[in-house]
Ligand binder design. Sequence first.
Ligand code: SF4
Length: 348
Amino acid sequence: MARSRRTDSDVSQAGQAPARIPVGISACLTGQAVRHDGGHKHSRYCTEVLSRWFALRPLCPEAGAGLGTPRAAIRLEQSGASQSGGSAEAHLSEPARLPVRLIAPRDRSDHTNALHHWIDGQDDLLAGLRGFILTAKSPSCGMARIRVYNPAGQVLRRDASGLFAHALMTRYPLMPVEEAARLNDAGLRENFIERVFVYDDWCQLSARGISRAGLLAFHTRHKLQLLAHCQQGYRELGRLLSDLRVEDIHVLAAEYIARVMHVMAQPASRGAHVNVMQHMLGYFRGRLDAGLREEVQAQIQAYQREEVPLVVPLTLLRLMQRRAPDAWLAGQHYLAPYPDALGLRNQL
Ligand code: SF4
């Protein structure tokens, strides 16, 4: 089932929810008792809210690598160059670029290669995902700020990614990745979910086969979203697609989507949303009574003053669009980038 655009009305008209988007998740976030202490880190937001639209695919790298539950705690360790040679698979931690390994300090067992071996075996599954939600602070799943120790147990730094998270982000650099704990922040939550929907749209386009027309149509329907995230990036993307007579459209498409996902990862500021909504309001000049336009303008300004959430002026703009439809605006995913029932714009 196609899922290029998803709104609550889609659900009600069809009588059932459309196909859910496949998103990976650290298994302990789904309530599976796979942590080293036999516990879990259940995220009800993920399993009770996001699961309505995302088909969650739980994975536990440590269990997958054969570490039992319960098991000895493990940590990232950075050893000296003399101890690092030999393994081409060693995880490199920025910025020092020295090998980091996954060690159980209790018995000094090294689980690095077992974890990488398991990750290699997950490639087919991972390639089909449109996003991944990770557990924070884990030496395997943590996205950032993971401690790296020396063999004596001293913290050398706190800026690494977990072994699995690092491999995931390196192998699938377009895939939106976020930690469950950070989804408590309204801005980060909205940004992650919006990116999953955009990336899913791209994957659907890729599955149909990249064409010049398909590329232009994708860019057109995401224009206002891109503008909201970064005006300069939006302009650069337009320039990139200004001449499609290139020999290999796939090379251009690869550069294009890499830049799109980079732009989308930048937070959309309040001022940028105001700019986009003013731009949209311009489409109704002379086509709807001035009183309604003034009311929408007033609500955009109220949003700018942080008196009302983003959903207020946007609901009015959607009302205007229903009363005096504009074909170009109708195609803009900015108006409904994800289901309303997620309530994301009520908190922005
Ligand atoms: S954080 Fe990752 S490795 Fe640790 S229990 Fe959860 S899913 Fe497994």
